[in-house]
Design a protein around this ligand. Structure first.
Ligand code: CMP
Length: 142
């Protein structure tokens, strides 16, 4: 682990949101909600990397759909910092299923479906560390 847990989370702006030119609007919402960007990269996952990132979902029926989609185009990966980062970011992005996401959340605004749901957000401090480490080395965090 490279940082204290509790005040950081990890996000990806998924291929659908990048394709729809929503990087700017989403980063604006992230900043306006009080998050600081500690690390960020514009990148494109291979299918194998997407499978590795989502390895906990290997046995799920949506695994193939999810990993094909996540490797279908560029993404933005970022580490975000704020008190209570994991829970507050999940509030900002809204429910995994955009049909259930609250008004004004990132997914309500920009998601198309459950797998094309615009952004990823870590679900625990432990996963925030693991996922941040997947994309960023120590010297890439500020
Ligand atoms: P994410 O936050 O990136 O973490 C796992 C992803 O799996 C989730 O967002 C969704 O995109 C996807 N996912 C979860 N449940 C389903 C589902 N029932 N059908 C399709 N995709 C799903």
């Amino acid at each position: 682990m490279h940082y204290m847990s509790g005040n950081q989370t990890f996000t990806m702006i998924k291929p659908i949101a990048v394709k729809n030119n929503k990087i700017g609007p989403i980063l604006k919402m992230i900043n306006e909600a009080g998050f600081r960007i500690k690390a960020m990269k514009f990148t494109h996952l291979t299918k194998q990397q997407a499978c590795e990132f989502y390895a906990v979902h290997t046995d799920k029926y949506f695994f193939e759909d999810l990993t094909s989609f996540m490797s279908s185009g560029p993404i933005v990966a970022a580490i975000l910092e704020k008190e209570n980062a994991v829970a507050d970011y999940r509030k900002l992005i809204g429910a995994t299923d955009p049909a259930k996401a609250e008004e004004g959340t990132i997914r309500k605004l920009y998601a198309e479906s459950m797998s094309h749901n615009a952004v990823h957000g870590s679900d625990s401090d432990e996963n925030a560390c693991i996922e941040g480490d997947f994309f960023f080395s120590k010297m890439e965090r500020f």
